[in-house]
Design a protein around this ligand. Structure first.
Ligand code: PSV
Ligand code: MN
Length: 404
């Protein structure tokens, strides 16, 4: 890949507007995008789960695949686990195995939505016994955090109702607060609880944690270790996610992201495929917030149906890099000046200029400096990893479920 001359030109242009290219490259090299274990296995829609040749069959293979994505990109050094999907008897061995693949264990995601007893909810269920089971599972996940060195408990609940009057919304709110307060007590020191909201699905009348405001209010009640997780697929059409991000950053309660792309609902498509400008808007808020964003956790949460699993994950990571790089080349000084003088379209133009900048040479250079291939997608396509794992793993029957 011949990118050097383009890189030199871009570096010169950036320095002419006062942007230090080596500073940008350092930031790109320290970017951290966590991939989800469940993105490497078979997954799909509620209509059909297509079997993918070489889809990971167990946690070791998921860690192998995550290690491969990190090897290609250099910016995906951790893997989120979903419990019990990824449960093991020997957490030390799993952490060790992950390390051997060049990755670490990231967020621990309890699963309180797949068992029969959760039909009417988990932590908001009318039955105290069911709520206790859900809390016990979350406490177990806090213990797993201790054993794996994970710093994040990432919570999402399918809880809600389908019909008006089905249950007391305020009653459920109180049950949820009680259950989360109990779980909070078990968080390992220095770790964080991320509260993910979603406005619908699987519940269709009301969802107990429907939006960022509810997650934020709940986090405030719980304490400083509780923060909000923004899944980009969990909003109504037209919602300005960048605004939510800016607000939560300023309130110091933005804990992290689940990135994916959507057109209609929670489509869980490859990040940045149909919403590159939205992704860029989000990253400009993060970059311009400086230190306020230093602890934000960046994770991918997608469910591939028809696309090759590993390539889908790779493209998502690369698209996050691209959005970040574009946000880093914004001329923020000029942006502030134009904002200050009321230059509506001038300010907007500053953002568009950065968005339209071809950052591929910059990314190529940063990758080479990280010891990676300048073009990870080409490297992936030339490599035989996928063919090798397809041969070893074969095609397993995927009719078992919908992990997405
Ligand atoms: C729910 O749609 C969600 O976004 C949550 O993060 C789950 O943990 C994940 O998808 C996997 O089902
Ligand atoms: Mn999610």
């Amino acid at each position: 890949m011949d990118y050097q001359a383009d890189y030199d030109r871009l570096a010169e242009k950036l320095s002419s507007i006062g942007i230090d290219v080596s500073d940008i490259k350092e930031k790109l090299k320290s970017q951290h995008i966590e991939t989800p274990s469940w993105g490497y296995g078979n997954s799909g829609t509620r209509f059909k789960v297509f079997s993918w040749p070489g889809a990971a069959r167990n946690i070791q293979e998921k860690l192998d695949d995550a290690g491969y994505i990190h090897k290609l990109t250099g910016v995906a050094p951790s893997v989120a686990l979903h419990i019990p999907w990824d449960k093991t008897d020997d957490w030390d061995a799993m952490a060790q195995y992950a390390e051997e693949q060049g990755v670490s264990i990231g967020a621990i995601n309890p699963n309180v939505f797949q068992d029969d007893q959760y039909k009417l909810g988990s932590i908001t269920h009318p039955s105290g016994t069911v709520r206790e089971e859900a809390v016990a599972h979350m406490v177990e996940c806090c213990e797993i955090m201790g054993k794996t060195g994970s710093q994040l408990l990432s919570l999402w609940f399918a809880d809600g109702t389908n019909y008006a009057g089905q249950d007391s919304i305020r009653g459920r709110k109180h049950r949820m607060e009680e259950a989360l307060a109990e779980t909070y007590k078990h968080l390992p020191a220095g770790s964080r609880m991320l509260i993910e909201y979603k406005f619908f699905e699987p519940a269709f009348y009301h969802t107990d944690l429907a939006d960022w405001g509810m997650a934020y209010a709940t986090a405030l009640k719980l304490g400083p270790q509780a923060e909000v997780l923004v899944d980009t697929g969990h909003h109504a059409q037209g919602t300005n996610i960048a605004h939510i991000v800016a607000f939560l950053l300023d309130e110091k309660r933005l804990g992290g992201f689940h990135f994916n792309a959507r057109r209609y609902a929670d489509d869980d498509l490859i990040v940045g495929t149909n919403n590159p400008f939205e992704l860029f808007e989000i990253f400009t808020e993060l970059v311009s917030a400086g230190d306020l964003a230093k602890d934000v956790a960046y994770m991918i949460d997608q469910s591939h149906n028809i696309e090759p699993k590993l390539e889908a994950m790779l493209v998502s990571v690369l698209n996050c890099q691209t959005a970040y790089a574009k946000a880093l080349v914004v001329d923020y000084k000029s942006l502030r000046e134009r904002q200050q003088s009321g230059d509506v379209l001038g300010a907007h133009r500053v953002l568009v200029d950065a968005f339209e900048t071809d950052v591929r040479p910059l990314l190529a250079q940063a990758r080479v400096e990280m010891g990676r291939d300048p073009d990870p997608l080409a490297a992936y396509r030339q490599d035989d990893y996928v063919a090798k794992v397809a041969k070893v793993r074969g095609t397993i029957d995927a009719s078992g479920g919908y992990p997405g």
